[in-house]
Design a protein. Structure first.
Length: 401
């Protein structure tokens, strides 16, 4: 009975933690967007949260054997829209150079493709737009954890079954995300893959090789892209004003980051109060998405930032606690992978907002505005709740026996 109570309490605290993160995001999004758009963004976010809750509830009820059986199929289904967007993105880049037309103009001739900020990362489905790379994180977690969970230690430590085969599937996903011009999502997904392999027990020499190769590819990806180089320059010169000289000086467009840092500084310890922030909306571009914690810092202060960070830490600690309650390797790997994914992306986002990393399009999980991010993360939450339910059922069955 004590173990059953522990499983139930852990599941309850985990669920409450997710709800608190969602509520924090709702408050911040309402405060950020109300002046310019009243409740439009809030209603959209609430709609996506409801869809996410439905997805989490549905996944929590699916028998684990069904999820295991179709894990590879789910990953392959994610490859389809990512491949389409990759082909569209590459085609737009080539045709743009040949014809002189803008990417937005060319994207009109490609069904469902949404071209924005120099990339085709989104698909339009009716009134909604989705970012398939976000769902790639869910798919790769389910696939890799199932793959390693069904193999013994000897196979996991082998070169072919333990490293090369799962690496091939992961590499396809990473290449498709990268070619869609999303370096940040590529790095986050690669971190998830590396973490799962490490936790599963893949040999360190294989992991060291993959880490070295990954660093080299990231450096090449930045070096060969003008806009990525510009982001690094913006970060290096973040403490300087924007330069407009035409005499060969480096031009660092760092206004978004500077205003984010100003917002955090002006919030002080306790903040200005909900809705009283001065640097949101047009003064901090994308304040409801990538820079949502700048708004939280300005209006709720340093304590608000600590509260949000504490919720992310609690999410990961609870996920790891659930993993220790799992009787099988697959469930333990899934819960740990989800915990690492959420914490790493949250820290990535906070580093960008605080000026500790170059500006990039990384959302704060469960807090930032965005449908694909919310729904995909809630699907991962559904996996964890599924494992909690399975742990409870298995423990209860053993107790009866």
């Amino acid at each position: 009975m004590k173990k059953l109570l522990e499983i139930r309490l852990t599941s309850t605290f985990f669920t409450l933690n997710v709800i608190l993160l969602l509520l924090l995001g709702i408050l911040a999004i309402y405060s950020t967007t109300y002046a310019a758009s009243e409740n439009e963004f809030l209603y959209r976010q609430l709609t996506w949260i409801l869809l996410g809750l439905f997805s989490a509830a549905a996944l929590s009820m699916v028998p684990p054997r069904i999820l295991s059986k179709y894990s590879k199929l789910i990953l392959l289904l994610v490859f389809i829209p990512l491949t389409y967007l990759t082909v569209a993105s590459v085609s737009i880049g080539i045709l743009s150079k040949l014809t002189g037309m803008t990417g937005s103009s060319l994207a009109r001739y490609m069904p469902m493709v949404v071209y924005s900020k120099g990339a085709a990362r989104w698909l339009r489905l009716g009134a909604m737009t989705i970012q398939p790379s976000e769902f790639g994180k869910f798919a790769i977690i389910l696939f890799l954890c199932t793959y390693y969970g069904m193999r013994d230690t000897m196979k996991i430590e082998s070169l072919k079954e333990g490293f090369l085969i799962p690496l091939c599937y992961s590499a396809v996903l990473l290449v498709l995300i990268f070619l869609g011009k999303s370096m940040s999502n590529t790095i986050i997904t690669a971190t998830i893959v590396f973490s799962i392999m490490f936790l599963a027990g893949v040999r360190m020499k294989y992991l060291a090789f993959s880490a070295f190769l990954g660093i080299i590819l990231v450096i090449l990806g930045i070096s060969l892209s003008s806009y990525r180089r510009q982001r690094i320059i913006n970060y290096i010169y973040k403490d300087q004003q924007v330069k407009t000289s035409t005499t060969g000086e480096i031009k660092a467009d760092n206004h978004q980051l500077l205003r984010s840092i100003c917002a955090l500084g002006s919030g002080g310890l306790t903040g200005m109060g909900l809705g009283k922030g001065r640097l949101k909306n047009s003064r901090i571009p994308e304040s409801q998405t990538d820079f949502i914690f700048a708004v939280i810092g300005e209006e709720f202060g340093f304590l608000g930032i600590l509260f949000g960070l504490g919720l992310y830490l609690a999410f990961t600690l609870l996920a790891f606690k659930i993993s220790r309650q799992c009787p099988n390797r697959q469930g333990a790997l899934i819960t740990m992978a989800v915990g690492i994914y959420i914490l790493f992306q949250a820290l990535y986002n906070l580093c960008v907002v605080c000026g500790l990393g170059p500006t990039t399009g990384v959302t704060a999980p469960l807090v930032s505005y965005g449908g694909s991010s919310i729904i995909s993360v809630m699907m991962c939450v559904g996996l964890v709740l599924n494992i909690c339910r399975s742990n409870y059922a298995d423990t209860l069955e053993n107790a009866i026996e």
